[in-house]
Design a protein around this ligand. Structure first.
Ligand SMILES: [Zn+2]
Length: 165
């Protein structure tokens, strides 16, 4: 298969699944408020030294934690979920719902806290999202979530911290 035909096939799959329509990727690079943040200057070795091993693998190398392993699946208090890499608040507890997937799930995110990109890692188009400040990988967002947004942010528990309100 040539590169061109692979690209066409992926584009068709993406549009068939509606992935292209839900992902506002554009605009991000032009208005990046944290482009000069010190977090962006940390090297891979810096991150490895700062983070627990499981968090490092997810945040910096897009690993996925095993489902049903995060204590945050059972976290039902009011509070804020923040990026474990840089402490930027990402989700409010009032947006958390039980998706049954085994990962902490949210139907909305704090405006501007996340950036998204297309991800073809498993051969099926998905929308990856990451912390907009330190660029640490958080999870994938799908369009099968509950009202009012219809979104499901499927997040790795080891990539966030929870602080009760
Ligand atoms: Zn971060």
């Amino acid at each position: 298969m040539t590169h061109a035909s692979a690209f066409t096939r992926r584009s068709l799959m993406a549009s068939a699944l509606g992935v292209g329509a839900m992902a506002p990727f554009a605009a991000a690079a032009a208005s990046d408020p944290w482009i000069g943040a010190s977090w962006r200057r940390l090297t891979d070795a810096d991150w490895r030294a700062r983070l627990p091993a499981e968090s490092y693998a997810v945040l910096r190398h897009e690993a996925t934690e095993a489902p049903f392993t995060s204590p945050l699946n059972r976290e039902h208090r009011r509070g804020l979920f923040a990026c474990l890499g840089c402490a930027l608040p990402l989700f409010r507890s009032t947006w958390k719902f039980d998706s049954g997937t085994g990962w902490p799930s949210f139907f909305d995110a704090i405006p501007g806290a996340l950036s998204k990109k297309a991800d073809f890692a498993i051969g099926v188009p998905r929308t990856e999202y990451h912390c907009a400040r330190c660029l640490g990988h958080q999870g994938h967002v799908f369009d099968d979530g509950p009202a009012p947004t219809g979104l499901r942010y499927c997040n790795n528990g080891v990539a966030v911290t929870f602080t009760p309100a």
